[in-house]
Design a protein around this ligand. Structure first.
Ligand SMILES: [Zn+2]
Length: 292
């Protein structure tokens, strides 16, 4: 193992990874819930820090306006709509250009030929590169799409061409031309990224994401289900973590595994029905693949 650790049978970390592999191989169904820790495991820290990718794509915005991380850039109050959209265009461009992280490939290797579904609160659509649409539920939106900022109608718009055109047009003042600001074809209001926020459109696409999860659970609720949680932080436990705990507790043949370097928690009520692996997600997935 490249961690330098030998897989002694009494090693807690090794035993945990072995349990992870055994549970994946012996489950009838696996529901994966992945959040921000998965991006961090890929070495992408640009949402919260000025890492190398942030510097490459957003560094000039960070320096001009004095913010740290893409998340703060997203909520920054820019001096004009043209400046605001220049940032959104560059951030969107970065997400489209960003390579898919190795942990995604390792996870898919572990799930190969298994009956699985993946739900994610991540909006960076990395999963869409490795998982078929019908096996994926993006429950907090997907930044490949725009919606009407007034939610005047229930439609979302694939934005890659708009993003690239806007990014190409960013001038030396870090603004785009007004006429490139994307507008709703029905009401003329600005479009905005289809991601969780005060005006998030919970329309047919959103409902469809939950329909896929519910159908998967309905089909498999009497079988052996593994709930596998990857990188869910303590800020928004209501979307993945608490439902996973409740389902593990209330259904009969279930098991819960959480992998998280910081916040791996096994509730008292789930002792015997789950494990918490407080380790780096990337190395756990990599070492699990080596065990298969
Ligand atoms: Zn509209």
């Amino acid at each position: 193992m490249s961690t330098g650790q030998k897989p002694y049978a009494n090693d807690v970390r090794f035993q945990s990874i072995k349990t992870l592999v055994d549970k994946i191989q012996n489950a009838d169904a696996i529901l994966v819930g992945a959040a921000a820790g998965m991006s961090a495991a890929c070495g992408y820290h640009f949402f919260y820090q000025n890492d190398a990718l942030f510097e490459k794509y957003l560094g000039e915005f960070g320096r001009k306006y004095g913010f740290t991380g893409a998340f703060n850039g997203f909520y920054y109050r820019y001096p004009s709509r043209e400046a605001h959209w220049a940032f959104l265009a560059r951030m969107g461009y970065m997400e489209y250009e960003c390579k898919t992280g190795k942990p995604y490939y390792d996870l898919m290797e572990l799930l190969k030929n298994r009956n699985y579904h993946i739900m994610t609160t991540n909006q960076d659509f990395q999963f869409t590169r490795v998982v078929p649409e019908e096996k994926l539920s993006a429950i907090q939106g997907d930044s490949r799409y725009f919606q009407c900022s007034r939610r005047c109608h229930d439609e979302i718009y694939y934005n890659k061409e708009m993003i690239y055109a806007m990014n190409d047009a960013i001038d030396e003042n870090l603004c785009i031309p007004s006429e490139l600001i994307p507008r709703c074809p029905k009401c003329g209001a600005e479009l905005e990224p289809w991601v969780r926020g005060f005006t998030f459109l919970e329309g047919k696409k959103y409902k469809d994401e939950y329909r896929k999860i519910n159908e998967f659970l309905e089909e498999n609720k009497k079988k052996k289900i593994l709930f596998l949680e990857l990188g869910v932080g303590r800020m928004t436990p209501m979307f993945i973590q608490e439902p996973f705990w409740n389902l593990t507790y209330s259904l009969s043949h279930t098991f819960y595994i959480t992998v998280n370097p910081k916040d791996a928690i096994l509730p008292q009520a789930l002792i015997g029905k789950g494990i918490a692996i407080k380790e780096d997600i990337a190395s756990v997935l990599r070492d699990a693949v080596a065990l298969v």
